[in-house]
Design a protein around this ligand. Structure first.
Ligand SMILES: C[S@@+](CC[C@H](N)C(=O)[O-])C[C@H]1O[C@@H](n2cnc3c(N)ncnc32)[C@H](O)[C@@H]1O
Length: 264
């Protein structure tokens, strides 16, 4: 099973929001598209008054910072995650908002009746799921007819081949960052079309231009892909990236991410 959807790895990785926060920080600081993924995402969301919205795998809820009060009148939002640590993090951040509630939910068994929600969101999380068909049929079940499913993900290109090539300098046999996402920009549409009538893909054009090598090293530390690397390897990697940064002025890394909007 790929390292990123092995249940024990996913549980450990998201026990609290530390790893996730380190990864979001790299993108916030060094993305070349200055609009930012989240502001772009909110331009794609289409919520109406009195909508019931469920977010699954919400993580630390970073996308809602300063945006909850912009929800249309009467909108109710449930922020959920299967990790206690993440539910705790969003409770601490957002419990002052009367229209937001918090639940521990595994996407593979959503404890809500059929046709409960006008919109369901699952951002950058479907690639972690062990039983993706079960997860997608659960999402479809709890959506109202005509309801929308928003799911963001990454592409198989982008950062992963770049990082794999860098790591190969130290471990020629490494397989880190070679496994394809089980839910990616490339395969998402045919997967979603098995459950939803209308599926559209929207790409967010971006890349990274990293001007502080340590930020990239911190990002790598937050993933499970370099668990087998020693401290000596990491120092070697730092020097390798630092040389690129000195030569090019920045470490330039391609990115592939985007959104599917699926209608039930
Ligand atoms: C990469 S993070 C994304 C967090 C957030 N959606 C974002 O885009 O910043 C993946 C999240 O999915 C959660 N997760 C993983 N498997 C899950 C499952 N089976 N059901 C619900 N949440 C899950 C993890 O705990 C983690 O918070």
């Amino acid at each position: 099973m790929p390292v990123m959807n092995k249940p024990e790895n996913v549980k450990e990785q998201y026990a609290n929001d530390k790893n996730l926060a380190a990864r979001i920080a790299l993108h916030t600081k060094h993305s070349t598209n200055k609009q930012g993924f989240v502001p772009w995402l909110f331009e794609q969301y289409d919520f109406s008054e009195n909508d019931h919205v469920l977010e699954l795998g919400c993580g630390n809820g970073a996308q809602w910072e300063e945006r909850i009060s912009a929800l249309p009148n009467g909108c109710k939002l449930i922020l959920s995650d299967f990790s206690d640590g993440m539910v705790e993090a969003v409770k601490n951040k957002y419990s002052q908002h009367g229209n937001v509630s918090f639940e521990k939910i595994d996407i593979q068994a959503i404890p809500h009746p059929d046709e409960s929600f006008h919109a369901v969101i699952a951002n950058h999380m479907l690639y972690h799921i062990k039983n993706l068909p079960k997860a997608l049929s659960e999402v479809k079940r709890v959506l109202k007819p005509g309801g929308r499913f928003y799911s963001t993900t990454n592409g198989n290109g982008g950062m992963r081949p770049f990082l794999h090539n860098a790591l190969k300098h130290f471990h020629p046999e490494t397989t880190a960052f070679t496994q394809e996402w089980i839910f990616s920009l490339q395969n998402g549409e045919p997967l979603l079309k098995q459950y939803f009538s209308d599926v559209k893909r929207y790409d967010y054009e971006d890349s990274l231009s990293v001007t502080k090598t340590q930020d990239l090293i911190d990002w790598l530390h937050s993933t499970v892909s370099i668990a087998s690397f020693s401290e000596k390897d990491i120092i070697g990697l730092f020097d390798y990236f630092e040389e690129i940064r000195n030569r090019d002025g920045a470490i330039n890394i391609p990115q592939e991410s985007g959104l599917f909007i699926s209608v039930k």
